[in-house]
Ligand binder design. Sequence first.
Ligand SMILES: Nc1ncnc2c1ncn2[C@@H]1O[C@H](COP(=O)(O)OP(=O)(O)O)[C@@H](O)[C@H]1O
Ligand SMILES: [Mg+2]
Length: 344
Amino acid sequence: MNMSITGNRGMGKTSILCKFEEIAKDEGCLVLRMSNYEGNITNPVELAEFITTNLKREILTQKPLGPEWDKLKEWAVSIRPTIGFGDISLKIERDPVAQEMFRDRLTKLWHEMEKNRNAAVLLIDEAESLERVEGALVFLREVLQRTATDAKYMVVLAGKLNFPERMSESFSPLNRFFPCQTLAPFDRKEVEEYVQRQLKSVKVGIEAAPLHYIIEKSEGHPYVIVAMCNLIFDAIQDGQNTIKHDMIAQVEEKINAKLAQDFFNPMYHPLTPKAKQIIKAIALNVESLEFSFSDAVKWVGTPGNRISPYILELVRKGVIIKPERGRYQIFHGLFKDFVNGLAK
Ligand SMILES: Nc1ncnc2c1ncn2[C@@H]1O[C@H](COP(=O)(O)OP(=O)(O)O)[C@@H](O)[C@H]1O
Ligand SMILES: [Mg+2]
């Protein structure tokens, strides 16, 4: 079976893929984890080539066979003319020839590994960039579907995916082929469990106030929780066996600075100047974190058609999220504070 995992930035998509990799390897599977391929894959044929070449490399590097690298290069050159590269038509995902070649490759590769492997698991991270490649996911689905009878491939897509959310597509083939799980924030109990478990291993307790602080301020966001806890735990003095209420005052500034440096600024910095201006206006005016498009129009003071491309940019970069149709939300309260801090 295949699946997809969606979730906002820092919610644990990459972490869970790493965990899947560990489990799949223990279960005797060949694992290919793909990330950072954006720009290398601009059409379905390049996707096919990327997957098959990397699968082949995994197969070769796991057999102690001497000069694997040369073999791989030879192999890659040998498939190039068959898969074809230059004059690719735009509607390639519907092209039965390209599909057939990819299917054939996958089946052959499976036969090369099936004696030693229980399955081949493809873990595709940052899959939102594949989603933006016209036809890529449809191509992948159609090929995998027809490969299923001859070969054991399992694909997991992880990313800030759009296809599971579009209402019209809830029952689409893509959704049925890659049923989606959304990674949600930890609830209060889960945050507490995480903190207590970490502290138990060093035999340190925590008072209610600092625990409450972590629960509230982190909003259950895994990245934020881990960053907060690391700094708080770091500040524990030798011989101290409880995290007391006054400790937060000592580390709060450090927490905010660390999050700004490692998490918030890398999201904010690459934005276009106009998007920066818009998120600043929103952060300044929004009461909690939620707002509507017309709120944004009002606060920014620019007509809707002029700001909508930048709202889209902010959504794409994960700075704002769309909890439901027509509603928007700044992705984290501490990010709002960070942006408001910049304005000063
Ligand atoms: N289940 C989890 N338990 C504890 N910490 C987690 C968990 N998932 C994620 N994290 C923490 O959050 C950080 C960000 O997760 P990551 O997988 O990089 O998110 P994403 O890929 O969704 O942006 C991780 O480095 C880890 O510290
Ligand atoms: Mg990630």
